[in-house]
Design a protein around this ligand. Structure first.
Ligand SMILES: [Zn+2]
Length: 162
């Protein structure tokens, strides 16, 4: 699902649990990067929309790219939005956030799209497709996002004086 913000819902939930050990900037960057390939396919009309980028093998390569580039892009983003207190993004956080980002993206898209073959080329099946309805999946993403935001501030507030 190219550039959909719906993937950010679980990201907020993960942020609420991992706090400083997770970067929403790097996670968000991974959501954009993994959907660049489907966007090109849609625009050009060539290839499989959810092809190699939406396999765990492709997601691994994209996560490595997003961790390496996302650390710097995320730090730039934090400077732009004037959140310097979150700088720097350390390398462990960049890698954890990028891998959670691309793997969770493939997992969610596996449920939603019939052309996602997550374990390609090793296994040509997608047992998660339609395991729940698209509506249920969207509700899960929205609720996890809202819960994540609430939990994040409940945990963060007592420990900071902002
Ligand atoms: Zn996608």
């Amino acid at each position: 699902m190219p550039f959909t913000p719906i993937h950010m819902g679980p990201g907020f939930a993960i942020k609420s649990l991992l706090q400083k050990n997770f970067s929403l900037m790097v996670f968000g960057w991974s959501q954009i990067a993994i959907d660049i390939h489907p966007l090109f396919v849609i625009l050009s009309g060539r290839g499989t929309v959810h092809g190699f980028s939406h396999t765990y093998l492709g997601a691994t390569l994209i996560a490595l790219f997003c961790a390496l580039s996302g650390k710097y892009l995320g730090e730039l983003g934090l400077r732009i939005i004037r959140k310097k207190e979150y700088l720097p993004i350390n390398w462990n956080v960049a890698f954890i956030s990028a891998f959670i980002g691309t793997y969770s993206h493939v997992l969610l898209d596996s449920v939603m799209h019939s052309d996602v073959i997550p374990f390609n080329p090793f296994w040509k099946s997608n047992i998660l497709f339609s395991i729940v309805s698209v509506n249920t999946l969207h509700i899960f993403c929205l609720v996890s996002g809202l819960l994540g935001i609430v939990i994040y501030y409940l945990i963060e507030k007592p420990f900071t004086n902002k």
